[in-house]
Structures are given as structure tokens and as C-alpha cells.
Design a protein around this ligand. Structure first.
Ligand code: ADP
Length: 296
């Protein structure tokens, strides 16, 4: 059903009382290592909901790469498209202070070596997918090549994170472009100053995507298309950790679209998936099954 083209990272997390300054050493908690990266997260989120999902990504020939592959397989993701080698697995070095604020250093590693050629070599995965989902933790030229390799009739979903200006060719393929408020502002630049989220959704749509979804955290989401702008009501939950909520939302939306749902319907379902994800700690560990979404 779904092909995710994107990143896979090992998240290395240490709790600290405070962050070290230059030349300083501080002691932290025991190290926790979690599978992460937006591509890997989306693939796990979709597979856990029951989607037939494949991941096109690159990891290193190292323990972090094996951890990531194991996490994908344990969730039922097809990993034939996960390429191994060329650079160490991507890593996010995360320190979390007592107030919950985190500081993150990302080493893209193998993610930066996922090439347009890797995309062309994965033609059979593209042929088998009704929806292809991407993010921006891989080279932009690889995302451009992804758009060029979409099978006839298949749909492209992009969460431009981390955000940067997008080529017209990529924007025009998005159906939808999925952004949070921060990503919307970066993509719009000066034209986003002032105005409501609805205004921003309209301006984004005018930049060329076939449809736009703006996620608003606890406020729900907005859907903008040729039919106009509609609000997706928030789902009231007690949030404990919002890590990965956007990835769960995007994966769920992409899967429902592939199953023929209308965009507003798919976004409403995705909001429920995101809502369950924020009630639990972690990223991949927080993603619900379809039964858990029903139970909400
Ligand atoms: P990101 O993680 O990319 O910043 P958001 O924080 O907007 O994205 O979250 C994505 C979606 O997850 C939201 O549109 C919403 O549906 C759901 N969500 C996020 N935070 C909450 C929350 N506190 N309560 C309910 N739903 C939430």
C-alpha cells in the first residue's frame, strides 16, 4: 500500500541536570538508544495500523543499523528497500534537561548517502505502492527523484521536515503537503507574517501543491484543497510526550488515502492516531494499532 522514502536514525538520549558549556564535562543518566528518524518512524506507524508498508532508506553496517532494521521488521515493515553501508547509521545525540527541554545534534550519516540512483533502483517498490511518503532528512535531490519515479496513479505525500524552500516540481506533486506551523512559516518565508493558520494554508496551497494539511498540535489540523479550507477537530487527550506525533499523523493519513478515503476523512483518522501517540512516551514505542485507535 505505502512506500516511505526517508531517514532512519538511532536516537541516543541522555538526561542531564544542565548542558555542558565549551570545554566542560557533565555527568548524565544511563544512555537510552531508540530507533527513530522520520522515515523509519512513519513506516513503523503505518505498519502498526495494519498498512502493508515498505521503507526505502539507508543505514550503516553497524549496531545502530541492525537495531533500526530489527525495529522495522518487528513492526512488519518490508525492509528489502533498506540499503546497508556507505557511512555510519544516522544518529541523533539528544540531551534532555529536568524541565524536559532537549538539545539535539544530528549526524545524518547514511541518510545523506541515499541517492537518486537508489530511488531509480527501487522501481518495483514504487510500482507496488499507491502512496509514497517522504520527508526532508535525506538529500533534496533524492526527494526530487522520488517524485519523478511515482507510478502511474500513485499519490505523493510530503512532510517537509526539517523545512527548507521546495522546488516547484516537488510542491506540485504533493497531495497533500503536510506541515506544522513552524514548517509552514519556513516554507512561506516573508509571506507568512501575520494572518491566521487558515490564511497560511491558503497561501501554501497557492504555491502549487494539490492539497495542504497544517497540523496544529492540540488544536487539531486544517485541510486545504480546491474545495476550500476545513478544520479537523482536535481529539482531547492528556499529552505526555509529543515526540513522533507528526510522523504518526502523516503515516496514518497516507495509509487512509491509499485506501480511498477522502482527504478530510483521512485527516480526521490521522488526528486520532496522533492523539493516541501523544498519550505515551517515545516515538515508535508510542504508535497505536488500529484497535487502539478505535478504542479512543
Ligand atoms: P509535529 O509533531 O510535526 O510538530 P503536531 O504537534 O502538530 O506535529 O502534531 C501532529 C498531530 O498530532 C496534530 O495535528 C494532532 O492531530 C495530533 N496531536 C499533537 N499533539 C496533540 C495533543 N496535545 N492532543 C491531541 N492531539 C495532538
Amino acid at each position: 500500500d505505502l512506500l516511505v522514502v526517508g531517514s532512519a536514525n538511532a536516537d541516543l538520549v541522555i538526561g542531564v541536570e544542565r548542558r555542558p558549556g565549551a570545554g566542560e564535562t557533565v555527568l548524565g543518566s544511563d544512555l537510552a538508544v531508540h530507533p527513530g528518524g522520520k522515515g523509519a518512524n512513519q513506516a513503523v506507524a503505518a505498519a502498526r495500523l495494519g498498512a502493508r508498508t515498505a521503507l526505502l532508506a539507508r543505514v550503516g553496517d553497524d549496531t545502530h543499523g541492525r537495531l533500526l532494521l530489527d525495529a522495522q521488521r518487528a513492526s512488519g515493515v518490508d525492509t528489502v528497500g533498506v540499503l546497508v553501508g556507505g557511512a555510519p547509521t544516522g544518529v541523533a545525540l539528544i540531551t534532555v534537561d529536568p524541565s524536559g527541554d532537549n538539545s539535539i545534534v544530528v549526524s545524518p550519516g547514511a541518510n545523506a548517502r541515499l541517492t537518486p540512483g537508489d530511488v531509480r533502483a527501487a522501481a518495483s517498490l514504487f510500482q507496488a505502492s499507491r502512496v509514497v511518503s517522504a520527508q526532508l532528512e535525506i538529500p533534496l535531490e533524492t526527494v526530487v527523484e522520488t517524485v519523478r519515479n511515482l507510478a502511474e496513479g500513485s499519490r505523493f505525500v510530503l512532510n517537509p521536515s526539517p523545512p527548507r524552500p521546495l522546488p516547484t516540481e516537488v510542491l506540485a506533486a504533493c497531495d497533500p503537503l503536510i506541515v506544522n506551523e513552524h514548517e509552514a512559516k519556513v516554507i512561506l518565508g516573508d509571506s507568512a507574517v501575520g494572518g491566521s493558520p487558515e490564511d497560511r494554508a491558503r497561501i501554501l496551497l497557492a504555491k502549487g501543491p494539490r492539497s495542504v494539511v497544517v497540523t496544529l498540535g492540540a488544536e487539531g489540523a486544517l485541510v486545504a484543497s480546491a474545495q476550500g479550507v476545513t478544520r479537523v477537530a482536535p481529539v482531547k487527550v492528556d499529552a505526555v510526550d509529543t515526540t513522533g506525533a507528526g510522523d504518526a499523523f502523516t503515516a496514518a493519513l497516507a495509509w487512509r488515502l491509499g485506501r480511498g478515503a477522502a482527504l478530510t476523512e483521512a485527516a480526521a483518522y490521522a488526528a486520532r492516531v496522533g492523539a493516541v501517540a501523544v498519550t505515551r512516551e517515545g516515538a515508535q514505542a508510542s504508535f497505536p494499532t488500529a484497535a487502539e485507535v478505535e478504542a479512543l
